[in-house]
Design a protein. Structure first.
Length: 503
C-alpha cells in the first residue's frame, strides 16, 4: 500500500491516491482530449487542507450554527445517531447488485419505510425510488398520465395548480407535457372552490396541491375539491412537502388524494441545505400501483417458500411490478442513505410520531403570536397574513408575514429584513415566496427548537424592525460575504479555479 501522508506539511502531500491515477497512463484517451500541461490545482499538506475545509464550513450557515426558519424547507435538527446507523457496515458497505440473501437488513428497512409511509398517508403502494420531492412529483404525474392513457383518456392534457403552489409543481407537470392551469386563492388565502369548479373539465388530468398550503393554512375544503376533480375524471396529487404538519392527525388518503410524494429529507430530517441529498418517495392508491417504477421491497413469510431457508421469519426481496410500469427514474434503489436516516428518525418516535407534528404546529403558532404581540408597538410594522383579521387564526407548521407596512413606513423591504437577520445569527426565512404575499417572509420553526430560541428570535425580529433603516438596507454587516449583487453573480458566474488554465 502506498500511503503518502506527510504530517510535516511537505507541499502536495495532504492527500493519498493510488499511483496509477496520478498520471494519465491510459493511451485509449484520444490525444486531443488530453491535457497539454498539468492542472494548476492547489497543493496543501493535510493540516492545511483540514483548515481550508473547516474555514469554508464556518463561512457557511447551517442548522448546526443557528436557527434556520426557512419556510417550506423543514430545516429540523439532524440527530447524530442517524449518521451512526447509516454507517453500520451492513448498510454502507453493500452493493446494489448483492444477493438478496446478503442484504436482508437493508431490504427490511426499505419495506418498513414503505409500509410506514403508506399507513401515514392513507396510500396503498409506495416506492422509494425518487431522490427529491420534485422527482417524486414527476414520477407520480407520469403514473397518472399512463393511467389516463390506459383508459383511453389521453386527451386529458391539463394540470391544475393553485397560485400558492411551489414552483416544482407546474415544472414537473410541464416536464410530462401537460399544460398548467393556475387558479387564484380566495380572500382568506385558501383554495377558491368556485375557481376550481370553472377550471375542471374533460381535459383535466390532475390537480396538484399541498395541504396545509404554503401559507401554512389548512385547506378545509379539500374533500370538496377532491370530489370536484374526480367528478371531472381527474386525479388528485398531494405535494407532501408539508407533511410535517399533519402526520397522525389526518392523511391525504382521507382527503381524497390518489398520489402523493414525501420529502423524507424534510419531514424525517436529513442534512439538505443547498439542494441535497434527498429522497422523494411516492405513494399511490391501488388503481395507480401498476405504473410505479421498480423495484419495490416486498416480503413473504418464509413458510411460503422454504427454499430460502430463513426459518420462521420473513423473507425480503425486490419485486418488479410489471409491464405497465413507467420504468426506472433513478439508478439502483434510490438514495439508500437518505432512506435509512429517515427510517432511523421515525423509529425513535415510533407510535408517538404524531407528537412531532403537534410540536411543529405548536411552535409555529407560538412564534407567530410572539411576533404579532399586540403589546409591542413595532409589531404593527408587520402585516399578519393572509389578513389582519386572521391574527387570531391558527396556522399549521409554518406561516407567512408581509413586510409591506414597514416598507410603506420607511422603505425597508422584506429582503432588507431578511439580510439583517443574518447579522443576528439566523438563517433568513424564505423570502418572497409564496408570491401572492407582498414582501413575504415565510417562517417554519420546526418542532426541534426550544421556547427560548423562539422567544429570542421574536424579540430579535422586533429589534431589527426598530433599527435605523440604513442599518437594514446595507445589511448584512458581519457575514464573510456582504450584500451580493445578484444580477452580477448570476450573469458573471465564475466557476473556474484561478489555477486552472482552461486547456
Ligand atoms: C421542497 C418543496 C418541494 C420540492 O421538493 P424537493 O425535494 O426540494 O425537490 C415541493 N413542494 C413544496 C411545497 C416544497 O416545499
Amino acid at each position: 500500500m502506498s500511503t503518502v501522508f506527510d504530517f510535516n506539511g511537505a507541499p502536495g502531500t495532504g492527500w493519498s491516491q493510488p499511483d496509477p491515477i496520478r498520471e494519465i497512463t491510459n493511451t485509449e484517451i484520444p490525444e486531443s482530449l488530453r491535457r497539454k500541461k498539468k492542472p494548476g490545482w492547489p497543493r496543501a499538506s493535510e493540516p492545511e487542507l483540514v483548515r481550508h475545509y473547516t474555514r469554508l464550513s464556518q463561512r457557511n450557515f447551517g442548522i448546526d450554527t443557528g436557527f434556520y426558519p426557512l419556510g417550506s424547507c423543514t430545516m429540523k435538527h439532524n440527530p447524530r445517531v442517524n449518521e451512526k446507523i447509516v454507517q453500520i457496515p451492513g448498510i454502507d458497505r453493500i452493493h446494489p447488485l448483492q444477493e438478496e440473501s446478503q442484504v436482508q437488513g437493508l431490504l427490511s428497512i426499505y419495506y418498513e419505510m414503505q409500509e410506514m409511509l403508506a399507513v401515514c398517508s392513507g396510500m396503498d403502494s409506495v416506492t422509494l425510488q425518487p431522490v427529491a420531492g420534485a422527482q417524486g412529483e414527476f414520477t407520480a404525474i407520469r403514473c397518472i398520465q399512463e393511467y389516463h392513457n390506459n383508459r383511453g383518456e389521453g386527451q386529458r392534457d391539463k394540470v391544475i395548480v393553485p397560485d400558492s403552489a411551489h414552483g416544482t409543481n407546474p415544472a414537473s407537470a410541464s416536464m410530462c407535457g401537460y399544460e398548467i392551469i393556475e387558479i387564484p386563492s380566495g380572500e382568506d388565502g385558501r383554495l377558491d372552490i368556485e375557481a376550481l369548479k370553472s377550471a375542471v373539465g374533460e381535459d383535466t388530468a390532475a390537480m396538484m396541491i399541498t395541504n396545509p398550503s404554503t401559507l401554512g393554512l389548512f385547506e378545509t375544503n379539500i374533500t370538496e375539491a377532491s370530489r370536484i376533480v374526480h367528478e371531472a375524471g381527474g386525479q388528485m396529487y398531494y405535494d407532501g412537502a408539508n407533511f410535517n404538519a399533519i402526520i397522525g392527525k389526518t392523511d391525504p388518503g382521507r382527503m381524497g388524494f390518489d398520489a402523493v410524494h414525501y420529502n423524507l429529507h424534510k419531514t424525517f430530517s436529513q442534512p439538505h441545505g443547498g439542494g441535497g441529498p434527498g429522497s422523494g418517495p411516492i405513494g399511490v392508491k391501488s388503481h395507480l400501483a401498476d405504473f410505479l417504477p421498480t423495484p419495490i421491497a416486498s416480503r413473504r413469510a418464509s413458510s411460503d417458500d422454504d427454499s430460502v431457508g430463513v426459518g420462521d421469519g420473513y423473507w425480503y426481496f425486490w419485486e418488479d411490478v410489471g409491464e405497465k410500469s413507467i420504468g426506472k427514474v433513478q439508478q439502483w434503489n434510490g438514495n439508500a442513505g437518505a432512506v435509512v436516516r429517515a427510517w432511523a428518525f421515525y423509529r425513535r418516535y415510533g407510535r408517538d410520531l404524531v407528537k412531532m407534528s403537534e410540536h411543529a404546529v405548536l411552535n409555529s403558532n407560538y412564534l407567530r403570536h410572539k411576533i404579532m404581540n399586540p403589546d409591542r408597538e413595532v409589531a404593527k410594522r408587520i402585516h399578519c397574513m393572509p389578513s389582519e383579521g386572521a391574527k387570531t387564526d391558527l396556522v399549521m407548521h409554518e406561516f407567512t408575514l408581509s413586510m409591506s407596512p414597514v416598507k410603506n413606513l420607511n422603505g425597508v423591504t422584506g429582503k432588507d429584513v431578511a439580510k439583517r437577520l443574518l447579522d443576528y445569527g439566523y438563517m433568513s426565512p424564505t423570502l418572497y415566496f409564496p408570491q401572492i404575499v407582498p414582501e413575504c417572509l415565510m417562517i417554519e420553526p420546526t418542532e426541534t427548537e426550544s421556547k427560548e430560541v423562539l422567544d429570542k428570535f421574536a424579540s430579535d425580529l422586533h429589534e431589527v424592525l426598530s433599527e435605523d433603516p440604513e442599518m437594514l438596507t446595507s445589511a448584512p454587516h458581519t457575514t464573510p460575504v456582504k450584500r451580493v449583487d445578484e444580477v452580477w453573480a448570476a450573469r458573471q458566474l465564475i466557476l473556474r479555479h484561478p489555477g486552472e488554465s482552461g486547456e
